[in-house]
Ligand binder design. Structure first.
Ligand code: AMP
Ligand code: ZN
Length: 505
C-alpha cells in the first residue's frame, strides 16, 4: 500500500505524491521563544518528527525546515516584564527549546531558520504584495487586504462572512476590512526594529513562515505542518501571502495538522495557566514514555492528558523492554541444540515478525496511524512471550535465528518511531546488586558462591523457588521471594517464568 495523508485543505485522505519524488519538502512551524515548551507543543513536534522519520524510512529524501520565531509581541512583553532586552529572552528560550528537543529525541531539521535573520526576504514579499495591490501601507504599518485574495478562507473552510460573525467592535479604523492582517508593524521605542520602505518596524508573525519556507523549499512544496490551532488565522494567512505574491500555482500540496493536548475540557496553553512543562516530565519519566504516550493516539485526534496516560505509556514501554530483555537472556543462557524443537513454534514466530513489519507499514501508510503501528509491535511482543514460554532451555539454530530476527524487527519498528529500547547494561546491574545476594544464595543453594556473578545467583535462586513451588514447599518459596524483595529486587511471575529487576530500574 502506498502512503496516504489527510489533507486539511481538501478535507480528505489523498495519495501522497511529492512534487519531486526524490526530494520531499516539509515545513513545520516552530516555537515562539518566550517560554519553556509544554506537553502540547511537544506532542505537535513529536508527531512531525515521526512523520519525518517515516518518510525517510520509506526511502524519501526529506528537506525538513522548522523555524524559530524570535521576534513577536509575546517575546517583547516578556522582556518588558523582566526588564531585559527581547533578544535576551529569545536567546534564553531558543537554548531551552534545543535542550528540550534533544531531551525528546527530536531529529534535527535540515534547516532551522530564525525569523530575525530573514527580514530582507519578508520585506521583499511585502513589496511584491503591495505592487500587486494585495496589501496597503498606513502610518508605517502594512496590511494584507483579504477581500483582494479570492481564495481567502479555503484552508479553514470559512467565508469572510463567517469570519465577520465573530468580529469585535473595536476594529482598527485604518483597516479596509476587519479581517485584514498585519504584514509589517511600525515599532514603538525600545522594541526590536529594522529599516523598511514603510519606516522602521518589525514583521508580523504570519509573513515569517511565508518568507522562510520560500527561501528553503521554494514556492510550492509538499508538506506544511503545525497544530490544528494554527489553521486559522496563521496558515490561512500564509497561503494568502505566498500565493498572492507568486506568479500562480499553489503554495503547499498537503496541509497536515495535529490534534490538541487538552487538560479536562480545555486546551493546554500558556495563556490558560494549565501547562505541564516538557522538561519536568522528561526528568521524571524519560523521553520514550512521553513518545509512546503521544504515539498511542492518532496524531489528528485530541489527547486528554493525565497521570493515567503516563502510567499506561510506562507499562507499554516496559512490555517492549522486557521482551527484548527476555530474548537476550534466553540467547545468552543456552547453547544451541537440535533436540526438543517445535518447528511449528519457530515458524509461527518467524511469520509473526514478518506480519508485524507488514502491519506496521500498512498502519503508517494510512495517514501515519501510529496507534495501529504500535499495536503491531505489541502483537509481536505477545508472540515472543508465547514462544519463550513454550521453550525450555535449549534452542536450535533455527529458534535462535527466529528470536534474533524478532528482536531485530522490534528494534527496527520502534526505531522508525524514534523510540529507543534501553536495556540496563549487564555490568551496571552487577554493580547495583547488593552483596546480600551472596548470603541469600549461599543459604538457599547450600553451595560455595564466592566469586560467582550476582545476576546468575539470582537466576539460580529463582529456579530453585520454581522447584520448591512445584513441590508445594511454600516455606522455601516464600523465604526466597521475601529475601529478594527485602534487598530491593522485584520479581514478576510471567508465563515464560520468573523475571526480576532492581526496583526502579
Ligand atoms: P506556539 O509556540 O504557541 O506557536 O506553539 C508551537 C506549536 O505547538 C504549534 O504548532 C502549535 O500548534 C502547537 N501547540 C500549542 N498548544 C498545543 C496543544 N495544547 N496541543 C497540541 N499542540 C499545541
Ligand atoms: Zn508558521
Amino acid at each position: 500500500m502506498a502512503l496516504r495523508v489527510f489533507n486539511t485543505l481538501t478535507r480528505r485522505k489523498e495519495d501522497f505524491t511529492p512534487r519531486e519524488p526524490a526530494r520531499v519538502g516539509m515545513y513545520v512551524c516552530g516555537p515562539t521563544v518566550y517560554n519553556y515548551i509544554h506537553v502540547g507543543n511537544a506532542r505537535t513536534y513529536l508527531s512531525f518528527d515521526v512523520i519525518y522519520r517515516y518518510l525517510k524510512y520509506g526511502g524519501h529524501d526529506v528537506v525538513y525546515v522548522r523555524n524559530i520565531t524570535d521576534v513577536e509581541d509575546k517575546i517583547i512583553n516578556k522582556a518588558k516584564e523582566e526588564g531585559v532586552e527581547p533578544a535576551e529572552i529569545a536567546e534564553r528560550f531558543t537554548r531551552a527549546f534545543h535542550e528540550d528537543a534533544k531531551g525528546l529525541g527530536l531529529a534535527k531539521p535540515t534547516v532551522e531558520p530564525k525569523a530575525t535573520e530573514h527580514i530582507r526576504e519578508m520585506i521583499s514579499i511585502i513589496k511584491r504584495l503591495i505592487e500587486k495591490d494585495l496589501a496597503y501601507a498606513v502610518d508605517g504599518d502594512v496590511y494584507f487586504e483579504v477581500t483582494k485574495f479570492p481564495g481567502y478562507g479555503k484552508l479553514a473552510n470559512r467565508t469572510l462572512e463567517d469570519m465577520r460573525a465573530g468580529e469585535r467592535v473595536d476594529v482598527d479604523p485604518r483597516k479596509r476590512h476587519p479581517m485584514d492582517f498585519a504584514l509589517w508593524k511600525s515599532s514603538k521605542p525600545g522594541e526590536p526594529h529594522w529599516d523598511s520602505p514603510w519606516g522602521t518596524g518589525r514583521p508580523g508573525w504570519h509573513i515569517e513562515c511565508s518568507a522562510m519556507s520560500e527561501k528553503y523549499l521554494g514556492m510550492g512544496f509538499d508538506i506544511h505542518g503545525g497544530g490544528q490551532d494554527l489553521i486559522f488565522p496563521h496558515h490561512e494567512n500564509e497561503i494568502a501571502q505566498s500565493e498572492g505574491a507568486s506568479a500562480g500555482g499553489s503554495f503547499v500540496k498537503y496541509w497536515l495538522h495535529g490534534g490538541m493536548v487538552n487538560i479536562g475540557e480545555e486546551k493546554m496553553a500558556k495563556s490558560l495557566g494549565n501547562v505541564i512543562l516538557v522538561r519536568d516530565l522528561l526528568a521524571e519519566h524519560g523521553k520514550d514514555v512521553l513518545r509512546l504516550l503521544a504515539l498511542s493516539t492518532h496524531y489528528r485526534s485530541p489527547i486528554d492528558f493525565g497521570p493515567d496516560k503516563i502510567k499506561e505509556a510506562t507499562a507499554a514501554y516496559d512490555r517492549v523492554v522486557n521482551a527484548v530483555r527476555r530474548i537476550e537472556r534466553r540467547l545468552d543462557s543456552t547453547t544451541a541444540s537440535s533436540f526438543g524443537e517445535n518447528p511449528q513454534a519457530v515458524n509461527a514466530l518467524s511469520s509473526a515478525s514478518r506480519r508485524a513489519r507488514e502491519e506496521f507499514g500498512a498502519a503508517m501508510d494510512d495517514d501515519f496511524n501510529t496507534a495501529a503501528a504500535l499495536a503491531s509491535i505489541f502483537e509481536l511482543v505477545k508472540e515472543i512471550n508465547m514462544f519463550l514460554e513454550g521453550h525450555d532451555a535449549a534452542l536450535s539454530m533455527e529458534a535462535r535465528d527466529a528470536l534474533e530476527d524478532a528482536r531485530g524487527v522490534l528494534f527496527e519498528l520502534t526505531g522508525a518511531l524514534g523510540l529507543e529500547i534501553k536495556l540496563p547494561e549487564e555490568e551496571d546491574v552487577e554493580d547495583l546488586l547488593p552483596e546480600a545476594v551472596y548470603t541469600l544464595a549461599a543459604e538457599v543453594l547450600k553451595a560455595d558462591v564466592v566469586g560467582a556473578s550476582k545476576r546468575e545467583l539470582i537466576d539460580q535462586v529463582l529456579a530453585l523457588r520454581e522447584v520448591a513451588r512445584s513441590k508445594k514447599d511454600w516455606v522455601t518459596a516464600d523465604f526466597i521471594r521475601k529475601g529478594l524483595v527485602d534487598m530491593g529486587i522485584e520479581i514478576e511471575d510471567t508465563p515464560a517464568g520468573p523475571e526480576w529487576r532492581i526496583r526502579g530500574k
